[in-house]
Design a binder for this molecule. Structure first.
Ligand code: MSP
Length: 516
């Protein structure tokens, strides 16, 4: 029996602006999980894409004098360039204006309609013409007037289509209670249950075409288009319909779109359709810039992406993954990226590789010494080995639980230990000694360093794929495609390999402020 590929998705981004830090992070996090799973030996299907319908897209396009489709086509170019720049290994990019998606949305709507799970009803509410949206009692000012931004607010009655969401509330509560790990981190699942303590309403899934033209027509009433969330959520399914990939193994999303869309609408829609639920929601927090959520309106959130080209994609990926504990918010700072670049990357990792290449060129003819019974290991090597075993086991366990920031921290303890090991052994001194035992120590040291770096590269590769490949190339070993057989200490894997003369993994970067 073949196992189903691991199917993972990101949220699909709104096509009404340029990509920013929040979008970049979500792609990187999902890519790290995808690459990690591949190294675990699973085949992976990775979907991302663009959410192109709805009021906001229509409005932004109109302001720019473009048709909505033209605006979306522009956005698609920008978002796809982002994926390339960040070295994302997605398999598919879905746009909700694609026929393959629209057909499935219409087919699912028709199914629900035929089953009596969608009905038409009159809705009376306060409507803001300026904002083109319904407003609620709670939006009023304290004196009962409406805030200025809404302009004129009038009571209107409108026919619309509703999905019988409320019918699934009890089932959903039961499902969540029975599957306490459905949402990661688990405190988010508790928030959903909290939300479900109050009765939920049926979901309005239509918008009159006269008010909003930019959407997917309801198959049973052409005067209406589909509510953008109903349309958008279906992307996870429409992209893989008839491929056997459904259900998704994980949807990676930000905390702002958990309740109600992903934790309430989506499972109830699937349940109503008789489709399996995704196996897990992975919910990350927000990147903030000076305390506020990074968004397209905060210019810094867009320009922070330039740091990926200044410091390199891998350094940018490293910083985001090292800094954010998945689920929590994190403050983004260019200074911190710069400081990690200098210390963790250039001084600790880059320098370690360079030391090995340098000493290998000088003392062992550019070849990793082949050591065996003739080279008894001493205490420093035994310690290094023991630390590696601990590091590898912890790294894998932490990464399985999406604790990538701690996994990296653990790996860096090992990298720092290797630097101390070199200083302790001081091969440059051993090289000057006439004692044959010192020659053995020197060879042992270089062999252990090369092996330690080979192993480091394997674990590092989901987060820093290019850096891992460059380490492998410079120490003369083949890239590792899976963890299996590649993360055990094995001097035979590196012994005899040809070392490059020199490599600068993380060159000094001029003050980014000076480059502006
Ligand atoms: N189009 C909807 C999602 C539909 S999914 C069926 C949407 N788009 S979005 O462009 O606003 O956001 C896309 C993703 O980026 C969301 O998961 C959101 O949480 C994430 N981020 C947007 N800003 C963010 C930060 N400042 N920090 C981290 N991620 C945040 O919502």
């Amino acid at each position: 029996m073949t196992t189903k590929p691991f199917y993972i998705t990101t949220a699909i981004d709104y096509a009404n602006g340029a990509p920013h830090l929040g979008h970049a992070y979500e792609k990187i996090l999902t890519d790290v999980i995808a690459r990690f799973q591949r190294l675990r030996g699973r085949s992976v299907h990775f979907l991302t894409g663009l959410d192109e319908h709805g009021q906001k897209v229509q409005q932004t396009a109109a302001l720019r004098g473009l048709t909505p489709q033209e605006a979306c086509d522009e956005a698609a170019v920008l978002f796809q360039a982002l994926l390339r720049n960040l070295n994302i290994t997605h398999d598919d990019f879905l746009r909700t204006t694609q026929p393959r998606h629209k057909q499935v949305v219409q087919c699912l709507l028709q199914k629900l309609f035929d089953a009596g799970l969608i009905y038409k009803a009159e809705y009376t509410g306060f409507y803001s013409v300026r904002q083109e949206q319904f407003v609620l009692e709670k939006d009023r000012n304290q004196d009962g007037s409406w805030p200025e931004i809404f302009g004129e607010v009038t009571s209107i009655t409108e026919g619309n289509y509703f999905f019988r969401l409320s019918q699934y509330q009890a089932w959903l509560v039961d499902f969540l209670n029975k599957n306490p790990d459905w949402i990661f981190p688990s405190f988010r699942q508790k928030q959903v249950l909290e939300f479900l303590k109050d009765p939920i309403n049926d979901l309005c899934i239509s918008r009159p075409r006269e008010r909003l033209g930019w959407g997917i027509a309801l198959p049973f009433d052409n005067d209406f288009v589909t509510y953008v969330w109903f349309d958008a959520l279906v992307n996870y399914f429409s992209a893989v319909e008839n491929t056997g990939l459904w259900p998704a193994d994980a949807h990676v999303i930000g905390k702002d779109i958990l309740v109600p869309p992903h934790a309430v609408y989506w499972p109830c829609m699937l349940q109503a359709l008789g489709l399996a639920l995704p196996r897990r929601l992975i919910v990350h927090g927000w990147w903030t810039i000076r305390g506020s959520k990074a968004s397209k309106s905060s210019g810094n959130a867009v320009s922070s992406l330039d740091l990926a080209s200044i410091y390199g994609t891998d350094a940018f990926r490293y910083h985001l993954i090292r800094e954010m504990s998945v689920g929590q918010d994190s403050e983004f700072s260019g200074e911190q990226l710069e400081s990690r670049y200098r210390s963790d990357l250039a001084n600790e990792l880059g320098n370690l590789l360079n030391r090995l290449l340098n000493m290998g060129t000088r003392h062992t003819g550019g070849i990793v010494p082949i050591v065996g019974e003739t080279h008894p290991v001493e205490e420093p090597e035994t310690e290094l080995l023991a630390l590696w075993e601990k590091t590898a086991a912890q790294f894998i366990e932490l990464s399985e639980g999406y604790r990538f920031h701690t996994a990296l921290e653990t790996l860096w303890v090992f990298i720092r230990f290797m630097n101390r090991y070199v200083e302790h052994r001081a091969p440059w001194k051993l090289a000057k000694s006439a004692d044959p035992a010192d020659r053995i120590r020197l060879e042992n040291c270089l062999a252990h360093l090369a092996e330690g770096l080979r192993l480091t590269a394997v674990l590092l590769s989901p987060v820093m794929p290019d850096t891992a490949a460059r380490i492998q190339e410079n120490i003369g070993v083949a890239p590792a495609r899976t963890f299996a057989g590649q993360i055990e200490w094995d001097l035979k894997k590196t012994g005899g390999a040809h070392l490059a003369e020199k490599a600068i993994l993380f060159p000094p970067v001029a003050d980014p402020a000076a480059q502006k």
